[in-house]
Design a protein around this ligand. Structure first.
Ligand code: UT7
Length: 323
């Protein structure tokens, strides 16, 4: 017997405003064709003025609670992955806690940029497996539109806003790879690569800052490291590419998604792709894709799902879940 963190609900929220690629043609030397061809992105959502990360996160959380048939106060722990919190403190997670009417649990943010959701999921699993929590709400939510340099065509056309949420609950499994729930996790980071992707400001440097990225270099690291971490996570539980029903990758660039799937040995018919509609929503991209994948009937109970992500840090990782 082994305690497992089993998925009970999933949900997402996207801000109302949809921005097609063509919008950027008005202010930048770019084109719909270039953005589509080089990234696979066709549109993205941007939060309204005054709409914050915790607003998006709370709506995604409520959708996940509804699917799980739970009330806000049923939750023992809330982990919110974000690099764009409403305030320096308190955590955006405590704002979500209040919004869903939870007073009995504990809430905190996790910051691992685009890898934030796999970090949060791994921590949620650890809380459940160690007996510290029974029901955990895990959220990825971002408003990257707030940290864009609108004069930099190499970055501002790539990112979007949104939120996705997952509810995990403790259940007893047999302890083998046929169990439902989180089966394995693999987390990595390497601070030597800070300059490839960062925000050039923050609390301690006294300005908000804007996102800076060496896109080509990130691309190179991404394919290599994503395939490796997904493979490692699968190997930890005696599984391989042939066992995978769905890869749910971080949605940064369709070319990264395709190259990683090829390296892993998984055909694109087994990959959930949302990058065309959401752009890169950083920590929100995986829970958004999980929620869309479930809603459109791709991901079903019992399926073996592998999530993988990489971003600023560099920080990267993968989680294997039997849905
Ligand atoms: O979330 C995790 C972190 N992020 C990522 O995973 C993103 C990783 N990187 C990428 O997705 C890609 O590198 C980009 C989409 C950012 C760029 O694609 P690329 O194929 O690596 O293009 P490039 O950077 O080599 O740029 C090719 C050309 C350049 O012009 P020159 O120097 O060849 O004359 C750029 O200046 O395209 C130019 N360019 C653009 N042209 C039109 C860059 N951005 C744009 C643009 N519109 N928006």
């Amino acid at each position: 017997m082994m305690r497992r963190a089993v998925v009970k609900g999933v949900g997402h929220y996207l801000p109302e405003r949809v921005v097609p690629n063509a919008e950027f043609e008005k202010t930048l030397d770019t084109s719909d064709e270039w953005i589509k061809a080089r990234s696979g992105i066709e549109r993205r959502h941007f939060a309204a003025e005054g709409e914050t990360t915790s607003d998006l996160a709370s709506k995604a959380a409520k959708a996940a609670l509804a699917m799980a048939g739970m009330e806000g106060d049923d939750i023992d722990a809330i982990i919110l992955a974000t690099s764009t919190p409403d305030l320096t403190f308190p955590s955006a997670a405590t704002m979500v806690q209040h919004a869903i009417g939870n007073t009995k649990g504990f809430a905190f943010d996790v910051q691992a940029v685009c890898a934030g959701f796999v970090y949060a999921l791994s921590n949620a699993n650890a809380l459940i497996v160690s007996g510290q929590a029974e029901k955990v709400l895990v959220i990825g939510a971002e408003t990257f539109s707030r940290i864009m340099d609108w004069t930099d065509r190499g970055t501002c056309v790539l990112f979007g806003d949104g939120a996705g949420a997952l509810i995990l609950q403790a259940e007893d499994g047999k302890g083998d790879n046929t169990d439902r729930g989180v089966l394995s996790t693999d987390l990595n980071s390497d601070g030597r690569y800070k300059d490839l992707l960062y925000v050039d400001g923050g609390v301690s440097t006294q300005n908000t800052g804007m996102l800076r990225m060496e896109g080509k270099e990130i691309f190179r690291h991404a394919v290599e490291k994503l395939a490796q971490t997904a493979d490692t996570a699968l190997q930890k539980v005696g599984l391989g590419a042939d066992d995978v029903d769905w890869v749910v990758p971080h949605q940064a660039n369709i070319r990264i998604i395709q190259s990683t799937a090829k390296k892993l040995g998984v055909g694109m018919e087994r990959v959930v792709v949302t990058v065309q509609d959401h752009g890169n929503t950083s920590a929100a991209s995986i829970p958004l894709a999980l929620s869309v994948g479930v809603a459109n009937g791709q991901i079903k109970q019992g399926d073996l799902v592998v999530t993988e992500a990489i971003g600023g840090g560099l920080a990267w990782g993968a989680v294997v879940i039997r849905w």
